[in-house]
Design a protein around this ligand. Structure first.
Ligand code: PMP
Ligand code: GLN
Length: 425
């Protein structure tokens, strides 16, 4: 029996696709007690996790020579001056361990950046901590804030690292299901999952993969609920600068009473189109920031100093850079939108983050998102992300996510191949 399970597992890994099956972690925990992986009973939480959908889809895209509109990354190299600043810092040094909390120059730049763009008042010495990407910032925040048995509210679609990170420290995720077309948060839905153990909510705004920017009303609903139940909001705002059509990003942190219960997370990867750099940060009230720092010191301890100083330089760039970055992405969004509409696709609104979502049934595609994405990459040569991968419970299966942070020729080729994919159904 165990041999058969292992054989099925290897077959799945070889074919790369079974990994997309979202196996229920709780069921796996139970199954684990009688079926260890290999000869050691490894941590079932990780041993039985599927590989992330982004890695699976990029792997399939490479294998099939597909246009990759799946995993979210730009297909250019990012701003030259920021890269030059990093290159010069590598040569000039220092290249030894920077301070555990991050280079002062970057912590000051983060505080100043948020003063300039979001009107926040942050003390860089006690409230800003540099991490190796937002992923590490999220892990450190979750480790520091959740004690075993504490509950974390996750709004689905939820970024894939949230639930495993909560579970590994003994936290219990409670899911709120958001659905298209408006992916709206309501007080009723929040109340339904609230218990005396509710400790944190993970709040991603703008929302990947829904490309949604929450309204002022929803921010107020969430803030009121946090205050009423004494909940800490872990705000994943990596997409804060990627907002379209004259929207302004409003951090939950700025709402009355929220500065004392918000952990705000950002990433240079998105702000400077440098996803591989993995320079992120956490801003939090001093008492929370201090404990998050304790978790960070044993996750990565530090982040490459040269990249930190280049990001500090970048955060100080004038407003024109940030406006041009948004305008460029908006142009790409509009190009992909126009091309896909002309081919008969129905699309959901793209308000922020560089993603555009296909409404499959409204596009005349009678298949679920995984089937569509699998056939699109294998038979039509274009990769997308099935949005059901962002759910554990009752997934929305009608939406496929496309990344438009691409050159015009990539977008045009993607449109052609998506049109071919649509004709398969
Ligand atoms: N949160 C969200 C919502 C994201 O989309 C991403 C990456 N795109 C991350 C966190 C991770 O950011 P980083 O690459 O800085 O770790
Ligand atoms: N955040 C990126 C996305 O949503 C991917 C990050 C990753 O590959 N882990 O596509």
């Amino acid at each position: 029996m165990r041999g058969a399970a292992l054989a099925a597992r290897s077959a799945g890994l070889a074919d790369g696709w079974i990994e997309l099956d979202r196996v229920k972690p709780m069921a796996l925990m139970e199954a684990h007690s009688c079926s260890p992986v290999g000869i050691w009973p490894l941590n079932p939480l990780f041993a039985n996790l599927p590989t992330t959908v982004f890695t699976v889809m990029s792997g399939l895209a490479a294998e099939h020579g597909a246009i990759n509109l799946g995993q979210g990354f730009p297909d250019d190299e990012g701003p030259q001056d920021v890269r030059r600043a990093a290159a010069e810092a590598v040569m000039a040094g220092p290249n030894q361990y920077p301070p555990m909390q991050g280079l002062p120059v970057l912590r000051e730049a983060v505080a100043e950046h948020y003063r300039r763009f979001q009107g926040l008042d942050l003390d860089w010495k006690t409230q800003v901590l540099v991490t190796s990407g937002a992923t590490e910032a999220l892990a450190a925040a979750i480790m520091a804030l959740l004690a075993p048995g504490d509950e974390a509210v996750l709004l689905e679609p939820a970024y894939d690292s949230y639930a495993p990170q909560a579970r590994v420290v003994g936290g219990v995720p409670r899911f709120v299901r958001l659905e298209p077309p408006d992916w709206k948060i309501t007080r009723e839905a929040l109340e339904k999952v609230t218990t005396s153990k509710t400790k944190i909510v993970l709040f991603n705004n703008p929302l990947n993969p829904a490309a949604r920017v929450y309204s002022a009303e929803e921010l107020r609903v969430l803030a009121d609920w946090c205050t009423a139940h004494d909940v800490i909001a872990v705000c994943d705002e990596v997409w804060e600068h990627v907002v379209f059509d004259n929207r302004a990003h409003v951090p939950l942190y700025a709402l009355p009473g929220m500065a004392e219960r918000c952990v705000k997370i950002g990433s240079a990867g998105k702000i400077f189109s440098l996803t591989g750099w993995k320079v992120g940060w956490v801003c939090a009230p001093p008492a929370l920031a201090a404990v998050i720092g304790k978790a960070h010191q044993f996750l990565t301890f530090t982040t490459p100093p040269n990249l930190q100083s280049a990001v500090a330089y970048g955060l100080g760039k004038d407003d024109a850079y940030f406006e041009a970055m948004r305008a460029g992405y908006a142009r790409s969004r509009d190009r992909l939108t126009a091309g896909l509409r002309a081919e008969g696709f129905a699309l959901l609104p793209s308000e922020g983050a560089y993603f555009l979502d296909i409404d499959l049934p409204a596009s005349g595609i009678a298949a679920d998102d995984e089937t569509f994405c699998r056939r699109a990459v294998v038979e039509a040569g274009v990769a997308a992300i099935p949005v059901s991968a962002f759910y554990e419970t009752d997934p929305v299966r009608t939406v496929a996510r496309l990344c438009f942070a691409k050159k015009d020729e990539t977008i045009d080729a993607g449109i052609e191949r998506l049109a071919k994919a649509r004709r398969l159904f």
